[in-house]
Design a protein around this ligand. Structure first.
Ligand code: ATP
Length: 298
């Protein structure tokens, strides 16, 4: 494998990963992941529980060691990158991070002291919708409010690249939409965002490109609308005949319909043509639905 370059120009990908491997206690959980995140895009790692999303993102953040492969984040290897690099990235992790006894404002002011640069606390409170809770102790926040505080801490240093692990877990629908808007605003301002999620709608809503991960492998990378293009091309034509259902899977449904209508004496009862939606495609990709060699559900 040719070594990845060190240092990166503005046009180089924000994240470059080749052959990333990781095992816990001798059990492999990442099997050679290749990944590129472009500057300025929002990229979602989408996959079921235990797929390897958090492990991947933590290696990219420099908080977990890899066993093999090459990684460049903003041009540097996170395993060895220093303080200057750390100031350029933001992390919203799944964990708590903040102490319970401080108020929201005190927490933000406290962490501001550690950063090379920092967005004003009042601006952050407004951005994440916590202005009303500025004087509330962190221990008294709801789960969703804590996630918002974690987001505020993640973007406090105005990072070039923001990692967000499962951003909206525990948020109510209103907070979730608010968070989505925040990510859109960050992206519009030029921040590169790499997030993990197991919510399809979140990936479809936010991501320019989605990487589907399952079993420690990156199965496919595509814009949400193009995920599983091969699977989506196949339509199902269904109708009733001789008291039972007939079903045909085809990439040329119009031709099937023409033949069917040419031979049908009158109406074709129960006739429908459907294509798999994003959820069907995702379930097939991650193997929740067994498929035959053509990618059709068995
Ligand atoms: N510290 C650890 N020690 C041992 N095994 C671990 C550790 N962290 C993760 N694993 C295992 O590694 C695999 C990948 O876990 P990981 O947390 O990366 O998946 P994930 O896709 O983020 O899952 P989730 O959506 O549930 O957060 C799982 O089988 C998990 O049990």
């Amino acid at each position: 494998m040719a070594p990845l370059p060190v240092g990166a120009g503005d046009r180089d990908p924000a994240v470059m990963v080749r052959g990333l491997c990781k095992a816990y206690g001798g059990r492999p959980v990442l099997h050679g992941v290749d990944l590129e995140v472009r500057r300025g895009e929002c990229f979602a790692l989408l996959g079921p529980n235990g797929a390897g999303k958090t492990t991947t993102i933590e290696i990219l953040e420099g908080v977990r060691r890899r066993d093999g492969g090459q990684v460049r984040v903003l041009g540097e290897d996170p395993a060895t990158a220093g303080r200057g690099w750390r100031d350029r990235i933001g992390v919203v992790s799944q964990g708590e991070g903040a102490g319970q006894a401080l108020t929201v404002r005190e927490t933000l002011d406290h962490f501001a002291g550690y950063r090379g640069r920092s967005r004003p606390t009042d601006e952050l409170l407004d951005t994440v919708g916590l202005a009303g809770q500025a004087a509330t102790r962190v221990g008294a926040l709801s789960g969703g409010q804590r996630r918002r505080l974690a987001v505020a801490l993640g973007v406090q240093g105005a990072p070039e690249l923001l990692f967000i692990d499962e951003p909206t877990t525990g948020m109510d629908p209103v907070a979730r939409r608010g968070f989505w808007q925040l990510v859109r605003d960050l992206r519009a301002a030029g921040t590169t965002v790499l997030l993990t999620t197991h919510y399809l709608d979140e990936a479809a809503e936010l991501a320019d490109r989605v990487g589907v991960v399952a079993g420690g492998r990156l199965l496919e990378v595509a814009p949400p609308a193009e995920l599983g293009a091969r699977l989506r091309r196949r339509a199902t034509v269904r109708w009733r005949e001789d008291g039972g259902w007939r079903e045909l899977r085809t990439e040329a449904p119009a031709a099937v319909l023409r033949d069917l209508l040419a031979t049908a004496p009158h109406e074709v009862p129960g006739l429908s043509v459907t294509r798999p939606g994003l959820e069907d495609v995702y379930l097939q990709l991650v193997g929740a639905v067994p498929t035959d060699s053509e990618g059709d559900p068995r």
